[in-house]
Ligand binder design. Structure first.
Ligand SMILES: [Zn+2]
Length: 166
């Protein structure tokens, strides 16, 4: 998607000619500069007795592929809070021993928004697993049998976990 108008005054965006933002699109009256910054997401490998939760996506992008619990971090939200919120929303589980073990770049579907994705490892602590409508199937699987996940960062994170455990 291309941004064409100032969100402040609706003037057509034009290329900025000088200064630090030269070459970017901006409002001619200076209300707005369009930075193509990535969105930030968090996802988690939830461990329970050597098995990890995989969820099958019920929605686009990449509907039907396997995925980890997680999602977009909201403005002002701390990543640790975001991943706990997403896990609770998607699984009804509470978790413990939350640890970041990597961050990578990805894209939210082909041609989609660029993202920076924070990978967490945690353990299942409490709650009864309940799958959200965002997902169509769930499985607790060893790292060996874990399916190829939907997103680049999830795949790289899976490689790291496998190399730690081999
Ligand atoms: Zn404007």
């Amino acid at each position: 998607m291309t941004f064409r108008f100032c969100p402040g005054c609706a003037a057509p965006l034009t290329e900025i000619q000088a200064g630090n933002d030269a070459g970017l699109l901006g409002c001619p009256d200076g209300h707005y500069v369009h930075y193509a910054n990535p969105a930030v997401t968090a996802f988690a490998f939830i461990e329970d007795d050597g098995r990890y939760l995989a969820l099958r996506r019920a929605h686009e992008p990449l509907v039907g592929t396997w995925d980890l619990p997680g999602g977009f971090i909201e403005a002002g939200e701390y990543p640790d809070d975001a991943i706990c919120r997403e896990i609770l929303e998607e699984t009804a589980l509470e978790i413990t021993d939350l640890e970041v073990f990597g961050a990578w770049t990805g894209q939210y579907g082909e041609g989609g928004k660029w993202t920076v994705d924070i990978a967490y490892h945690c353990r299942r602590a409490a709650g009864t697993f309940t799958m959200s409508a965002e997902k169509s199937e769930a499985a607790w699987l060893s790292l060996d049998e874990f399916p190829l996940p939907a997103f680049n960062s999830e795949r790289l994170a899976l490689d790291v976990l496998r190399s730690c455990h081999s």
